[in-house]
Design a protein around this ligand. Structure first.
Ligand code: ADP
Ligand code: ZN
Ligand code: ZN
Length: 727
């Protein structure tokens, strides 16, 4: 008998919506390591995969396992051990298939077989011989000489040389041949910071505390009112990290990543941060990924998905506007980038800073419980006063296009002083519904439980949930009367009404209908910043992070829906939105005023927010949540399911409920989703809830793996949503 050397078994993640890894043999590779990409046969296809584990056995007989066809990147890794560890935690915690979790972390081009890791960027420097040659006159090698001159002051990159001559590659090859020039690895950009303002005490305390925690895991809540100088705090801590040669990651909400923000960091730090988000081309995203991986990117600013970038020297993670809903991915692999950022920082042993003027209740209570260090910035850094609130009771006011006469007067007065007014309404379109005054017919989406929004300018009725739409009928489709009218108002209507009232004042509308194209937002906001008197009308797009110094009046047209919503998070979100919108008023020298129009001026939560501020508001909401056994005092997961047929959905969820393991976590439902029908599919869910995370997860782990075997599982789509944000 002779023994053959033992074959390693590769456990590979494939981009399939399945909760499993796949076993393969290494094929021709000498060393197969976790984190390497592979090309493997799958059925009749070839698929890209990533090695997640190297095991010494398989549950399948070895002769049944196929071999890896190719290693597209050779021995280079696309995922470091650190990232793999984080991803492993992610798929266990979020109960999602490992393949989708792993592929979510790769730049789109590397999810495909054609994509390859770009070579490390290089630069070219003079050798001693090259220096000598430069001493002599150019003679007949004028083109070569020009390139040498370009390197006189220091090494030059591809793009610098390309600027000298378009045929630079050929010329450079000669220089390399002669050994006048050598190739080196590119060096990270040098830090050359501009001095910032002298910090206020509150800022300085925060900077000192965060800096003292560099090198260790600590979670910091930077709780600062808008304009209190949170960004300055980030900059000061970043400067220290960069001085030590570390890398840093700044995550911002989708809507917050503006050229102004990036140029502010550029200006202050003296080098260009690497930027990444889903609006970039695949090539640009791969380039950003490679810069991060090579360590050349000292600072990366990105949206949610940047969280998984490989950064070998990562020493600080900052999440700006931590309460923002865009940090939670709402489909597929539903993760919270805030929570995963904290997990990543813990794994690395580095601090994470969560910045906001309106902490989520989760973060707020982590700070209350001393799990997070809490830094309050309560003063506006420019010395501007907090805006003054004025509440208008809509029950006692006549309105025109949604705006009360008192608010109209205030708008007129402010414009008369040459200042700017922001009118906020979180609803685009002309009217949220169109109805017949004869028979009561109203336009509803055929595929969703929603009304169609009337867009008057484009003469269409549109569903904001599934994008289906139709032309506006001239007569009532039901009774044929000429009696169709809009009910309620949206930003398009406000624009029309205000333009009529103030024909000489420029009006800029900010919503998804007017700001479709890239760069449009910046064009509009530049105009606002120019400072001339104008009216801004917009949705929550206007609420975040923008500094419009000349806005002195903010009118909040209506937020009443949130006051009596069935969603227990509605009040929290309303408070955050109100504070964010109000923060646009009077940020500079001029004092600001905020007018809130409401039918419920005596609503308790509203009064607390206005009289005592967000912290008291958050404390009150927390007490209510605790009394009602709701998050963040309990832990939840949803089993969501949808299908064209409602019976299938309910059958599946009933079957799932029956096999929920016994224990302290309870399962409730099935319940219809808040919007039961969407895009033609019926949506229901089960709610699992427990007092602690471990209790919940123990039962989820004993449950989720069995769901696919349920008889009704094949007829529905289903997914697990841990720590859900919507229902
Ligand atoms: P936040 O991020 O909290 O909204 P910023 O960092 O953008 O606040 O600061 C608001 C404004 O105040 C900016 O124009 C900034 O340059 C200025 N600022 C910040 N800190 C100071 C300070 N210590 N002294 C003077 N101005 C400051
Ligand atoms: Zn009718
Ligand atoms: Zn629809």
């Amino acid at each position: 008998m002779h023994s053959s050397p033992k074959q390693p078994v590769l456990r590979i993640a494939l981009a399939l919506p399945l909760r499993q890894l796949f076993d393969y043999l290494p094929g021709s590779a000498t060393v197969a390591r976790p984190g390497m990409r592979v090309l493997v046969p799958f059925g009749r296809r070839k698929m890209v995969g990533v090695i997640v584990e190297v095991a010494d056995k398989s549950e399948l007989p070895l002769e049944k396992l196929a071999g890896v066809i190719a290693y597209p990147d050779g021995e280079q890794l696309v995922l470091s051990d650190e990232t793999l560890e984080l991803l492993r935690w992610c798929w266990r915690y979020y109960k999602h298939g490992p393949g989708e979790v792993v592929f979510n972390a790769l730049p789109p081009l590397l999810r495909k077989a054609q994509g390859v890791i770009p070579p490390s960027p290089v630069q070219y420097a003079l050798t001693a011989a090259g220096e000598m040659r430069l001493q002599a006159p150019p003679g007949r090698i004028k083109a070569q000489y020009r390139l040498l001159e370009e390197m006189r002051a220091g090494a030059a990159t591809d793009s610098q040389l390309r600027a000298v001559a378009s045929s630079w590659r050929k010329t450079l090859a000669r220089l390399l041949e002669q050994a006048w020039v050598q190739t080196e690895m590119q060096q990270p950009a040098q830090l050359s910071p501009d001095p910032g303002p002298v910090l206020l005490d509150e800022q300085q305390f925060a900077v000192t505390a965060i800096s003292a925690s560099l090198g260790n895991f600590h979670c910091h809540l930077l709780d600062g009112v808008t304009g209190s100088g949170k960004t300055e705090v980030y900059l000061c801590v970043l400067e220290q990290v960069l001085r030590q040669g570390g890398q840093a990651l700044l995550l911002v909400p989708e809507i917050g990543l503006t050229p102004q923000l990036v140029s502010r960091f550029h200006k202050r730090l003296g080098f260009e941060p690497v930027v990444t988000h889903s609006g970039l081309s695949e090539g640009q995203r791969l380039a950003a990924w490679a810069m991060a991986k090579s360590g050349l990117a000292r600072l990366v600013i990105g949206t949610r998905s940047a969280l998984f970038l490989p950064m070998p020297d990562l020493q600080l993670i900052i999440l700006d506007e931590e309460h923002d809903a865009s940090f939670k991915q709402q489909d597929g692999f539903r993760y919270s980038s805030r929570d995963v950022a904290v997990k990543r920082a813990a794994g690395l042993g580095v601090p994470v800073v969560l910045g906001t003027a309106t902490p989520s209740l989760e973060t707020f209570n982590n700070a209350v419980a001393d799990r997070y260090r809490w830094h309050r910035l309560r003063q506006r850094a420019t010395g501007a006063a907090e805006p003054r609130w004025r509440v208008l009771d809509l029950c006692q006011q006549s309105t025109q296009g949604g705006i009360s006469s008192t608010a109209m007067e205030a708008i007129g007065e402010t414009l008369g002083k040459g200042e700017q007014v922001l009118v906020f309404l979180n609803r685009r379109g002309y009217a949220p519904v169109i109805l017949c005054h004869e028979c009561g017919w109203h336009a509803a989406c055929q595929r969703c439980d929603a009304n169609l929004t009337w867009h008057k300018a484009s003469n269409r009725l549109l569903c904001h949930h599934c994008d289906s739409g139709m032309r506006v009928p001239v007569m009532c489709p039901e009774c044929n009367a000429d009696a169709l009218q809009g009910a309620g108002e949206g930003t398009e209507q406000l624009e029309q009404m205000l333009t009529r009232a103030y024909p000489d004042t420029p009006l800029l509308r900010f919503d998804r209908d007017t700001v479709r194209k890239k760069g449009e937002f910046d064009r509009l906001s530049q105009q606002v910043k120019a400072g001339e008197s104008c009216l801004l009308v917009g949705t929550q797009m206007l609420a975040k992070g923008h500094h419009f110094p000349k806005v002195t009046l903010v009118v909040i047209v209506n937020l009443d829906q949130a006051l009596y919503s069935a969603d227990f998070r509605a009040l929290e979100r309303m408070g955050q939105l109100m504070v964010q919108v109000a923060g646009r008023a009077g940020r500079d020298q001029l004092p600001g005023e905020v007018i809130l129009q409401t039918h419920y001026p005596r609503h308790e939560a509203l009064l607390t927010l206005l009289q005592s501020g967000y912290e008291a508001f958050a404390a009150d909401l927390s007490a209510d949540r605790q009394a009602a056994c709701l998050p963040p005092f309990t832990y939840q997961a949803l089993l969501r399911s949808d299908a064209h047929n409602k019976d299938d959905v309910r059958a599946f969820l009933h079957q799932a409920k029956q096999i929920f393991p016994a224990g302290e976590a309870m399962v409730y439902g099935p319940f219809p989703a808040m919007m039961e029908r969407r895009s033609g599919r019926t949506r229901w869910y089960l709610l699992a809830q427990a007092d602690t995370r471990p209790l919940l997860h123990r039962q989820l782990d004993g449950w989720v793996p069995h769901l696919k075997k349920l008889p009704a599982a094949r007829k529905v789509r289903w997914s697990v949503d841990v720590d859900p944000q919507d229902y």
